[in-house]
Design a protein around this ligand. Structure first.
Ligand SMILES: Nc1ncnc2c1ncn2[C@@H]1O[C@H](COP(=O)(O)OP(=O)(O)O)[C@@H](O)[C@H]1O
Ligand SMILES: [Mg+2]
Length: 494
């Protein structure tokens, strides 16, 4: 019972109920107004028809009364004829008016028009050329203005001009009421009106129900979405306001779902990164530890062995340092806490420094690492620390991807806009479909994932460094055909 009451209460508060009430009320008011206008027009039409039909009545009566009127307007002869007419049509009120419209003979039973007058303008209007019907006048006996018939007459010996006035009003009114009550046209009209009211009422209510049902569907979808069903979408059958709202909801849901998927993916990559990093840290640390233990345990170590062990320790320490640097650069780029510190410097010197730094590693892997440079290359302006990091990452990647017997070159070339720097290797290359992906954070190629190496941070750091400098990074690579990564640094001014 209480559930039913709650449902009814909710329906009462619903948009549908409010629209329905407003609609039905206005429909009702509109119908009343239309009925009122129709009835008054009907009444007006009735008067017009009556006046049109009986416009010649006064003329005909004047002809009948002419002999009596010759004796005078109020003569016995005239009254005799008037009584005769009244006996034929008792509802007719007949008066003789003088030229000014004043009553000079009242032939009604009550003689209520004695001493009164009728508006002469109304009389002349009806007698005029093609009058606009109905022409109304207040009868000598008073009451509402009504229809009449009038004829010019002459009365008395002196042939005074005057009017014979026949009041059609009383008869007309009675017949109007009767007509409303008994006319089949009126009944049909009323029935048709009620039917139209019923149909438009039902039609409107059904239409609003369909309209608000689409709102309810939308609300349900939004609620489901809010509860975590991110795949929830609404059908958009029509391109109207509700359809567009539904479309906007679908778009919003799509964007949120995509963002959520991206967040989940980043989270997955982050977790993978932590796993990789711990592996990346553990491998050199284990190796380091092995060499140190070896040196500690053995009392007699040949200078050659000692040298090899120490150089391996140094290599592993370098690897750890690079990894730590990579992470701190990424963190710094993320935090945006360090503004660019642009300064003029020689790219040739930097290239040689980097080649020096990686030369040992290159030799060990049997790879030729060299700088190819134009003589007298102008200086460039950039953030030296960041460019150093970017170049180191590129060379590290190139060496990593190049098997023994291959070569890695740092090419520097002056062009119109600045110095083009390219790191070119003859290594394993990158599959065409992976080229656009390798600069994404945490992205590692399928091969490197299979080998379980890398963090996928190196190239994303390079890309971010280029973006912060306003430079574009281009990667040219083919599976098994080597890789060329290049960027353009602007000249130092002056
Ligand atoms: N010169 C290259 N040749 C072949 N593969 C490369 C080269 N440079 C980068 N890659 C591959 O692109 C991916 C992204 O590189 P990077 O962002 O530096 O991550 P990582 O830390 O794994 O090296 C890695 O899987 C890497 O193996
Ligand atoms: Mg790398």
């Amino acid at each position: 019972m209480s559930a039913l009451l709650r449902r009814v209460g909710r329906l009462g508060r619903s948009l549908y109920a409010r629209i329905a009430v407003v609609y039905l009320t206005s429909l009702l008011l509109l119908s009343v107004a239309a009925a009122w206008i129709a009835i008054s027009q009907f009444d007006q039409l009735g008067r017009e028809l009556q006046q049109r039909q009986e416009i010649d009545l006064a003329d005909n009566l004047a002809r009948v009364m002419r002999p009596g009127l010759r004796d005078g307007a109020d003569s016995d002869a005239a009254r005799q004829i008037a009584r005769h007419i009244a006996s034929i049509n008792p509802s007719l009120s007949l008066y003789v008016l003088d030229a000014e419209g004043a009553v000079i003979a009242d032939f009604t039973a009550s003689a209520c028009g004695q001493g009164r007058r009728v508006d002469r303008d109304a009389l002349e209007t009806l007698l005029g050329e093609a009058p606009m019907l109905p022409v109304l006048a207040t009868s000598p006996c008073g009451g509402r203005p009504g229809v009449f018939s009038v004829a010019r007459i002459a009365y008395g010996e002196a042939r005074h001009p005057g009017y014979l006035y026949a009041d059609l009003n009383r008869a007309s009114h009675a017949s109007m009421v009767a007509m409303l009550r008994t006319s089949s046209i009126t009944r049909t009209l009323i029935a048709a009106g009620l039917l139209a009211l019923l149909i438009s009422g039902i039609f409107g209510l059904v239409w609003f129900a369909l309209l608000t049902r689409r709102f309810s569907q939308l609300t349900t979808a939004v609620q489901r979405f809010a509860e975590g069903d991110y795949g929830e979408r609404v059908a958009v059958p029509r391109d109207d306001e509700i359809g567009r709202l539904a479309g906007a909801f679908n778009d919003m849901a799509g964007t949120l779902e995509a963002q959520l998927a991206a967040l989940r993916e980043t989270d997955r990559q982050r977790r993978e990164l932590v796993a990789n990093l711990s592996h990346d840290f553990r491998t050199p640390l284990t190796s380091l530890r092995g060499y140190v233990e070896q040196l500690l345990e053995r009392d007699e170590v040949s200078p050659g062995e000692r040298r090899r062990a120490l150089s391996a320790i140094l290599d592993n320490a370098d690897r750890l340092t690079r990894l730590a640097q990579q992470l701190s650069t990424q963190a710094r780029l993320d935090a945006y806490d360090r503004p660019l510190q642009c300064e003029p410097f020689s790219l040739v010197e930097l290239a040689h420094d980097i080649v020096g730094k990686f030369q040992h590693q290159a030799r060990q892997s049997g790879v030729v690492l060299e700088v190819v440079v134009e003589p007298s290359l102008p200086w460039v302006a950039a953030d030296l620390g960041l460019i150093d990091r970017a170049l180191s990452n590129l060379v590290e990647n190139a060496l990593h991807a190049t098997p023994a017997g291959g070569r890695v070159r740092l090419e520097l070339e002056a062009v119109a806009e600045g110095v083009r720097l390219a790191v070119v290797d003859s290594g394993i290359g990158i599959a065409t479909e992976e080229v656009p992906l390798v600069t994404q954070r945490f992205y590692r190629t399928r091969g490197s994932q299979a080998r379980g190496e890398g963090s996928g941070l190196g190239l994303s750091i390079v890309r971010e460094i280029c973006e912060r400098h306003g430079m574009t990074l281009s990667i040219d690579s083919r599976q098994g055909g080597g890789t060329r990564v290049s960027l353009l640094l602007p000249y130092a001014l002056g």
